[in-house]
Design a protein around this ligand. Structure first.
Ligand code: HEC
Ligand code: HEC
Ligand code: HEC
Ligand code: HEC
Ligand code: HEC
Length: 467
């Protein structure tokens, strides 16, 4: 019976081609799976090939075999042949036949191994950060640029977006294949929407490197802000953030939310910027439901379990506001603070409308030169190098945060670890969410931090810390 079948599969050219495709793709799929099983990491696209492309070839092969056999039958019947599906006789007693079979098997095996190795290498290249970030250049440019400036610049895209294990790998492959199509046909949205609804839970990505129970303790954050006046007066804010975490057996502070013993779930709007019901399950198993001020609307999302990403939604694609960027560059000495009205003029240059990066670079340069030449001709001469440096810095700031082609501008992507530029913590800690007993999610200013100084010229606390 099996013999009969094999003959039918190889008797005509169409079926023979089909059989070739089937054997070839099957061997490749099996080799690629074996390679991944012995622990070699092929990267993101090995899956597209193993699980999407090759199976398509396999299916085509099967269809060809079927079509060939049917054609052959019909042809045979039409000329009155009785035994239309019969076999060639394979006689292993004949040396010629034996050699032929050995040859086919030998060549087949070698080519399969070579092909698999080549595919493997190709995939490794495709999975690298430069590939993800630059092949779809315009589309991923904002995320890639921000990633390169972030503390995670050396962490590959796939480590957060795919993570380890086979099942997510397959999911990522399938969505990856769709993304390639979207890019090829310009079907992607601008800007790329956030949040990523099917992002893998942080447990399997972030927590591969960061323990949720690490005790961070109190974190002192000191920030300089410069005013709009001629002298760019510097004001300092110092906040002691109670990041906390698990110290001994006690969890406290901000990282209390990710203590493995508590669970917080919530329902929200599509963009997660408006949070409706919040459900807290405490270590002893009791559950509290905090309801929002208004009715939860129909279109509220499914319940989502809070993890790192509900606060750290910008761990690597960090975009900043012009104000923060300029303050930071001045504080770090990248821009010469002695230039009059530096803060005010930098803000103007950054916030002007430009259609693309080239226009922005030219515009920033023109405006800064014009301002100093018109108002402070001596300084423009004397400190030309410092002004050029300022211009280069502002150009980098602009081109790292604003991407007109992708409709990404200042503030397009909110950062949820704060409560100033977007609601952040105050999406829940708004004193409006309450249980039926009237218990509210707190917004007590002392719960998350101690404000040691707020926009002061020379805060006493910093004098004490850095005498
Ligand atoms: C440190 C982890 C990490 C790395 C590394 C990383 N991402 Fe992300 N990415 C995230 C998180 C977290 C989000 C936002 C999740 C959310 O809010 O749902 C995100 C969101 C995105 C988005 C959606 C738009 C947005 O900004 O929210 C794109 C596109 C993206 N990443 C592409 C990339 C590319 C390309 C790379 C490599 C150059 C990369 N990511 C590397 C963690 C990471
Ligand atoms: C491959 C390992 C790795 C993964 C995965 C990873 N991180 Fe990190 N992360 C690091 C390292 C290393 C640093 C320290 C970088 C430094 O100090 O320069 C860091 C730093 C941080 C910081 C402090 C950054 C700052 O602004 O000072 C935060 C917050 C953070 N990670 C959150 C996350 C989140 C959230 C995720 C998941 C989306 C994640 N990380 C995934 C390795 C990783
Ligand atoms: C409730 C919000 C929230 C959640 C949930 C959260 N974090 Fe944080 N985390 C913060 C804040 C706020 C800070 C300190 C301020 C900052 O870095 O912007 C911080 C700081 C950190 C730092 C930097 C500490 C340092 O010394 O600089 C790391 C690393 C970090 N978090 C990792 C994580 C990881 C991993 C998870 C998930 C297991 C997580 N966080 C969950 C809010 C949160
Ligand atoms: C999804 C809703 C939600 C978000 C977003 C959220 N929290 Fe919470 N948080 C809660 C709930 C619920 C509690 C428990 C009720 C309470 O203590 O008020 C809580 C408690 C806390 C506590 C007290 C923990 C303890 O020791 O008991 C701190 C500190 C805190 N949150 C900080 C933050 C910070 C900082 C952010 C923003 C970076 C934030 N939270 C964002 C829901 C949230
Ligand atoms: C749920 C936690 C939480 C509560 C409640 C809270 N804050 Fe904050 N606050 C934060 C976090 C997180 C930051 C971010 C610090 C950073 O990373 O820059 C912050 C930063 C600040 C800063 C420094 C801003 C800056 O310039 O960077 C000030 C000032 C501040 N908060 C004031 C307040 C006041 C006033 C209240 C009471 C109405 C309050 N906060 C309540 C979490 C909280």
């Amino acid at each position: 019976m099996a013999k009969h079948y094999f003959a039918a599969m190889t008797r005509n050219k169409t079926s023979l081609a089909g059989t070739g495709l089937v054997i070839g793709s099957l061997t490749l799929i099996l080799s690629l799976i074996a390679i991944q099983m012995i622990g070699l990491r092929g990267g993101a696209y090995i899956g597209i090939i193993t699980f999407v492309l090759l199976p398509m070839v396999l299916a085509t092969g099967l269809v060809l075999i079927y079509v060939g056999i049917r054609r052959q039958r019909r042809l045979g019947e039409s000329i009155g042949m009785k035994d239309a599906g019969a076999f060639p006789i394979v006689d292993l007693n004949q040396e010629r036949t034996r050699k032929a079979i050995l040859g086919v098997v030998g060549v087949g095996t070698v080519s399969a191994v070579v092909l698999a190795a080549a595919t493997y290498k190709g995939v490794e290249v495709m999975d690298s950060t430069p590939f993800c970030g630059t092949v779809c250049h315009t589309v991923m440019q904002p995320e890639f640029t921000a990633h390169q400036r972030s503390p995670h610049a050396r962490v590959a895209c796939a480590d957060c977006h795919i993570g380890p294990g086979a099942d997510w790998f397959v999911k990522a492959k399938i969505s990856g294949a769709w993304q390639l199509v979207a890019v090829a046909f310009n079907l992607y949205p601008t800007p790329i929407p956030t949040p990523v609804h099917n992002l893998r839970p942080a447990r399997d990505t972030c927590e591969q490197c960061h323990w949720p129970t690490t005790h961070v303790g109190d974190l002192l954050k000191v920030k300089s802000v410069y005013t709009d006046d001629e002298a760019n007066t510097e004001l300092k804010t110092a906040v002691l953030l109670k990041v906390g975490g698990l110290a001994g057996r006690e969890a406290s502070g901000i990282h209390w939310h990710v203590n493995p013993d508590v669970q917080i779930r919530y329902r929200s709007s599509e963009d997660r910027q408006t949070i409706y019901d919040v459900e807290l399950t405490q270590p002893d198993g009791t559950v509290k439901l905090f309801k929002p001020a208004d009715e939860t609307p129909e279109e509220a999302s499914e319940w989502r379990t809070m993890d790192c990403i509900d606060c750290h939604n910008r761990p690597t694609h960090q975009y900043h506001l012009p104000m923060d960027e300029v303050d930071n560059a001045m504080a770090k000495g990248y821009m010469d603070k002695s230039l009059p009205f530096l803060k005010r003029e930098s803000m103007k240059a950054l916030e002007a409308q430009y259609n693309n990066h080239e226009e922005a670079r030219a515009g920033i340069s023109r405006q800064m030169h014009a301002f100093y030449q018109e108002n402070y001709p001596e300084i423009a001469d004397e400190k030309n190098a410092a002004i050029e440096q300022v211009i280069r810095e502002l150009q980098v700031i602009y081109t790292s945060n604003v991407f007109p082609e992708m409709k990404v501008t200042w503030g397009t992507y909110p950062d949820n670890t704060q409560h100033f530029d977007s609601p952040g913590c105050w999406r829940c800690h708004d004193r409006k969410h309450k249980t039926d007993d009237g218990e509210k999610i707190s917004r007590d200013c002392g719960m998350c931090h101690t404000i040691l100084a707020q926009e002061e010229e020379s805060p006493e606390i910093l004098e004490t810390l850095n005498p």
